[in-house]
Design a protein around this ligand. Structure first.
Ligand SMILES: NC(=O)c1ccc[n+]([C@@H]2O[C@H](COP(=O)([O-])OP(=O)(O)OC[C@H]3O[C@@H](n4cnc5c(N)ncnc54)[C@H](O)[C@@H]3O)[C@@H](O)[C@H]2O)c1
Length: 439
């Protein structure tokens, strides 16, 4: 995965003097971006320094050492983190990331973004995130199971279906969640599926979870297009990233009648005017592991996909791909962020100036956490819904959230990103004020 590109916001609002050490970014990176975004929202909302500091400071965090017995008999000590940024609206909710770049600042930023994401789609959750600094591809399944179980056991006091609920993220998957669920359950003495979401169906996962983020992306694209009187059959689409989010999103766009003219993965990109044949492409990727060498299109060089002449661009790969360097060349009129943080703050300002509508990550890719919430509700009730019920409820949630954000954008004359942040910060601040301060 390439190093994410983080640039300073165009005119950062100063952080409060009273901000404690645990909320101060140690380096330029995601936490600096997250704090700058919050500061700008707080300034617009006119909140005082005390409330700003509360919103900016993680509620709880844990740094744990994870001694691992390697398959060769040696011992290695890994480092893991769990941060609950905010638990005012409900239990913490957020993924578990296994990646070498994981550090406490990254986890703090991702936890804060989860707070805003859950608030924007009105889930009864706060925001949390976990991570282990590890390159999972260099470890055997047995080693990854031992890391996961020891990490879970170390952070056990913090998690639980009413406290903090984990989900897969970069480098983890449904199997990882099954290990977390099992470790937690064995220690409590009974089976507790609701401690994690994104788990396999056979241990209490939800139908529709695997495709939920992609469906949410397409619902948001549809809602954005509808504001200009357009629908999917009117547009050409390019999707960067052909993994869990991008591949299903491309399929749903095509099924809805859009022409998906380009897709890419880390190995290359394929293009076809008039639209790629998605079922054949998906079959090719299943067989070969990549979109490269697909015989139904032509290869595209480098990052040309991002500046292709299409109507809708869906970055669904990694952070920081739309920068001040390529933003002036983007030809799409809509950017729908499947990935987290694909647009740098400077690129965002350029796209806004050029009239490109950016549907921000905390709204556009929230479908995953919405169906995670449905999974948690089903597990708590021990009663599982049909796929059709889940899809209908997801569509309704996404439409409501999009409408609320668009309304805020119109009222405040700001971008959808600023509006999504204003709306979610306001919801969390209102919850703080309504609950009051104990003691
Ligand atoms: N999976 C979810 O439910 C979910 C939910 C919300 C947000 N996200 C975000 O969506 C993004 C993608 O997640 P995912 O779960 O699909 O991951 P994934 O690992 O399944 O897929 C990532 C894809 O991006 C490709 N890729 C990597 N670097 C690339 C590059 N430089 N250019 C083009 N393609 C590249 C990979 O080859 C792969 O096809 C991440 O930012 C993630 O945080 C995922």
């Amino acid at each position: 995965m390439p190093e994410p590109s983080h640039e300073p916001t165009p005119e950062p609002v100063p952080l409060p003097d009273a901000l404690p050490e645990m909320a101060r970014p140690n380096h330029a990176g995601p936490l600096a971006t997250a704090q700058a975004q919050l500061a700008a929202a707080v300034e617009r909302l006119g909140y005082d320094e005390g409330l700003h500091t509360m919103l900016a400071t993680p509620r709880r965090e844990l740094h744990v050492a994870i001694p691992l017995r390697r398959d060769d008999g040696s011992t290695q000590v890994l480092h893991g983190f769990r941060v609950q940024h905010n638990i005012t609206r409900g239990p913490g909710k957020g993924g578990l990331r296994y990646h070498p770049s994981v550090d406490i600042d990254e986890v703090r930023a991702l936890a804060m973004w989860m707070t805003w994401k859950c608030a924007v789609v009105e889930l009864p959750y706060g925001g949390a995130k976990g991570g282990v600094a590890i390159e999972p591809r260099l470890y055997s399944p047995g080693e990854l199971e031992r890391v996961t179980r020891r990490y879970t056991s170390e952070i056990m006091p913090m998690i639980g279906p009413e406290r903090d609920i984990m989900a897969p993220d970069v480098g983890t998957d449904a199997q990882t969640m099954a290990w977390v669920m099992d470790t937690y359950s064995v220690n409590q003495g009974y089976t507790i599926p609701a401690v994690v979401t994104g788990k396999p169906l056979e241990v209490g996962g939800s139908l529709g979870r695997a495709t939920a983020t992609s469906r949410g992306v397409v619902h948001c694209a549809r809602a954005a297009l509808a504001e200009s009187g357009l629908d999917l059959p009117d547009v050409r689409v390019a999707v960067q990233g052909f993994g869990k989010v991008g591949s299903h999103a491309a399929r749903f766009f095509a099924e809805g009648g859009a022409r998906v003219e380009a897709v890419s993965d880390e190995f290359g990109a394929m293009h076809r005017s008039g639209g790629l044949d998605l079922p054949r492409l998906l079959d090719h990727v299943r067989r070969t592991g990549s979109v490269v060498d697909f015989d139904g299109g032509d290869p595209l060089p480098g990052d040309a996909l991002l500046t292709l002449d299409v109507d809708v661009l869906v970055p669904a790969a990694v952070e920081g791909v739309l920068t001040h360097e390529n933003a002036p060349e983007v030809k799409a009129r809509w950017v729908v962020e499947g990935a987290n943080g694909p647009t740098t703050p400077r690129a965002d300002a350029i796209l806004a100036d050029r009239g490109v509508v950016v549907v921000p990550d905390i709204l556009a890719n929230a479908g995953g956490v919405v169906v995670s919430y449905f999974e948690w509700v089903q597990a708590q009730q021990a009663y599982w819904w049909t796929e059709a019920e889940i899809e209908a409820k997801l569509a309704e949630r996404m439409a409501t959230a999009y409408a609320a954000v668009a309304e805020m954008a119109r009222r405040e004359q700001v971008t959808l990103r600023d509006a999504a942040l204003l709306l979610s910060v306001q919801r969390v601040a209102t919850a703080h004020r309504t609950r009051g301060l104990y003691p």
